[in-house]
Design a protein around this ligand. Structure first.
Ligand code: GLY
Length: 262
């Protein structure tokens, strides 16, 4: 049986532009290298396509340095898609840039109208429920507005908490299969994954928490051998992708695509 949280027919991604060097970051650890970032992005898209999915790659948006992190602009679910309302002011305009693409793909397309804020990086769809982490980017009003839409579509929403100092809920966790979550010990300690099987990131490899299950593969950041070994031992088909430059902007595997079935 296919699970719409891990089996996908389509994805949408966006190329990085030269302005990516001005992307938001919690801590300045240097500017990303556009050429290397583009090469990693190409490998990411090729890996998604290798599973048989159709991947739409949109042009770079120089006016929006963080626009390659398309996940924050929308939530795509069985039933429809919801355009988000980012908590980062510099990212608000990315939503209108993504909307026409999703309007061409989803019959039921809604908008978070505000005044609240919510970003896709704070949302984990597990197939049985939608977990939304409150964070510096996602507030209770944004979650409440999303809840009204998801009630109509029959998706239970559970409000949880992104740990302090962590950009997004999914910075610290990933869905590996219908029952299994990869999580930092810090996030799991909040109790938000009760009822799931949880695999903890090995100590020192917490930065590998943001991975994606996409059809029969797990895309994860390269350079985390203990995590790769653990997931391989668990029977997952691991595909490491260079995340050096996205990591400088606090971005990871999930941030680079919207994934859905149509
Ligand atoms: N650089 C990604 C973000 O802060 O939203």
């Amino acid at each position: 049986m296919t699970n719409p949280a891990i089996h996908f027919t389509h994805a949408v991604s966006r190329r990085p532009g030269a302005s990516v060097t001005a992307g938001l970051r919690a801590q300045d650890r240097g500017a990303p290298d556009l050429e290397r970032m583009q090469a990693a992005h190409d490998a990411y898209v090729a890996t998604l396509r290798s599973t048989g999915a159709e991947v739409i790659v949109l042009d770079a948006l120089e006016d929006y340095p963080d626009a390659l992190f398309v996940e924050d602009t929308a939530l795509c679910l069985p039933g429809g898609a919801v355009m988000m309302r980012p908590g980062a002011a510099s990212r608000m305009g990315e939503v209108a840039q993504m909307r026409p693409t999703l309007a061409g793909l989803f019959e039921d397309l809604r908008d978070i109208e505000g005044p609240g804020h919510i970003e896709g990086g704070d949302i984990l769809f597990t197939g049985r429920e939608v977990l939304v982490g409150l964070s510096a980017r996602t507030d209770a009003e944004g979650v409440a507005e999303l809840r009204k839409i998801l009630d109509e579509w029959g998706h239970p929403l559970r409000e949880v908490q992104t740990p302090d100092g962590v950009l997004h809920f999914k910075t610290d966790c990933s869905l590996l299969d219908a029952e299994t979550i990869l999580s930092t010990k810090l996030l799991d300690a909040s109790g938000c994954f009760e009822g799931y099987r949880v695999l903890h990131l090995p100590d020192g490899e917490e930065a590998a928490a943001n991975a994606i299950r996409f059809n029969d593969v797990i895309l994860m950041p390269d350079g985390f051998p203990k995590t790769a070994e653990m997931l391989t031992q668990e029977g997952f088909n691991v595909r490491p992708i260079d995340n050096t430059d996205c990591a400088l902007l606090d971005g990871g595997m999930s941030c680079l695509s919207l994934r859905f079935n149509i």
